[in-house]
Write a protein that binds this ligand. Structure first.
Ligand code: PSV
Ligand code: MN
Length: 395
């Protein structure tokens, strides 16, 4: 049996990146509900993200989405984040909310529209240079709704050309910057999507070079997909760049990670650990795989929603670390089907919450970050002070 004390050192330095948009209002195409205390500025979003980090010690970075988080002075925003105790992380581009992109952006048949989308990515790269961000994350809402509507092959070729131009520019701003390409099997397009699966993302990023990798959003697969298999394969190929963690029951629900299927999160973390994707940072201070959340809190309070999320990731990481890998290897080699399964399930069924509470206290963190946040008065304070102005949303 592996014990908590044996795995505890590996919990040090776990870092989960928070999405700035999780602190703004969000909803469905039917309704976006406002919540008292919602940020009216990027700075207020960063202050809320820093609050999650203060209570958990797990979330030292905030990812930005451009233009949602556009400001005049990114160097000043970087300093502000530093004063709050966090860093600015992944820069997400956005080519899905502009009329020109109705029929595509990086794949559009019209070179002028493609150039506009490329220029947007150049702007994101300039932002990265000012914020010190490592990753440019690209998700494309491109595809078609009806068979025959689009030239599937032509779009794939144009995507390659556009991504190559962006990638070449990215290489000019530093040694460590990376392009990560996110896939999603449908939505907003319903017949075909230009980057629908990990294989297409892998083919596109492999054609770019070493500093391009795949982003795996856990909500972007057909129901029943074995996501941990994809994790294993991408790590095996050296192309797992980042995660967008969330949970789903039906489609891209963007619910709290680990809430719909904690066992799936455990299985994913097990493959991440076994594949070498989890661990101490390299010499530039980064672990290779970026663990980001991509969630929306439509009906629950956003800050405790994010606290719950990072705690869920930490709990499933601890349980996955508890798998007795030696015993598992022996059972697998012996063809002991049920023995191997039992080793795996023993770790999953272990309640690590009391050990984690004690571990946190030993590091000057609250034993229960959820309770400590609820008692801190921060929620009341933002609800009372953030009156007037326009609450930020995903538009
Ligand atoms: C698309 O559904 C996505 O997962 C991408 O990561 C976007 O950038 C993000 O959601 C925005 O909500
Ligand atoms: Mn995503």
């Amino acid at each position: 049996m592996t014990t908590f004390d044996q795995i505890a050192p590996q919990l040090e330095g776990q870092a989960i990146e928070l999405p700035s948009w999780a602190f703004g209002n969000s909803g469905t195409r039917f309704k976006v509900f406002g919540t008292p205390g919602t940020p009216r500025s990027v700075e207020e979003k960063i202050a809320d993200a820093a609050t999650v980090h203060r209570f958990t010690g797990l979330a030292p970075k905030v990812a930005l989405h451009i233009p949602w988080d556009k400001v005049d002075d990114y160097a000043a925003l970087r300093s502000y984040a530093g004063e709050q105790g966090v860093e600015l992380g992944t820069i997400n581009s956005n080519t899905f909310q502009d009329d020109d992109y109705k029929f595509g952006a990086l794949t559009h048949i019209d070179a002028k529209v493609r150039q506009k989308a490329i220029d947007h990515h150049f702007e994101c790269i300039d932002v990265m240079a000012a914020t010190g961000s490592r990753d440019l994350k690209i998700w494309l809402a491109e595809g078609s709704n009806y068979p025959g509507q689009a030239d599937l092959r032509g779009r794939q070729d144009r995507l390659h050309d556009s991504l190559s131009t962006i990638y070449e520019r990215l290489l000019t701003i530093g040694e460590e910057q990376r392009l990560v390409l996110e896939y999603k099997f449908f939505e907003p397009a319903f017949y075909h999507t230009d980057v629908p699966d990990w294989g297409t993302s892998y083919a596109q990023v492999s054609a770019l070079g070493d500093r391009a990798a795949v982003c795996l959003d856990t909500g972007h697969h057909a129901p029943g997909t074995n996501i941990e298999f994809i994790v294993m394969q991408l790590l095996r190929l050296g192309k797992l760049g980042s995660f967008d963690f969330n949970s789903r029951f039906y489609a891209d629900d963007d619910l709290i990670v680990g809430s719909a299927d904690p066992f799936q999160l455990f299985r994913i973390m097990f493959e991440v650990i076994r594949g070498g994707g989890y661990g101490p940072a390299n010499e530039s201070g980064h672990s290779e795989v970026a663990f980001m959340l991509d969630q929306c809190h439509n009906v629950e309070d956003k800050i405790p929603g994010q606290i719950r999320s990072v705690l869920n990731v930490q709990e499933m990481t601890a349980r996955a670390l508890l798998v007795d890998r030696d015993a598992l290897t022996v059972a697998q080699a012996a063809g002991d089907v049920l023995g191997a399964h039992e080793v795996f399930m023993d770790a999953f069924q272990t309640d690590v919450r009391p050990d984690l509470a004690a571990w946190r206290e030993g590091r000057g963190l609250p034993a229960s970050p959820m309770k400590a946040y609820a008692e801190s008065g921060y929620q009341q304070q933002i609800e009372e002070s953030r009156v007037g102005g326009t609450q930020l949303s995903w538009t």
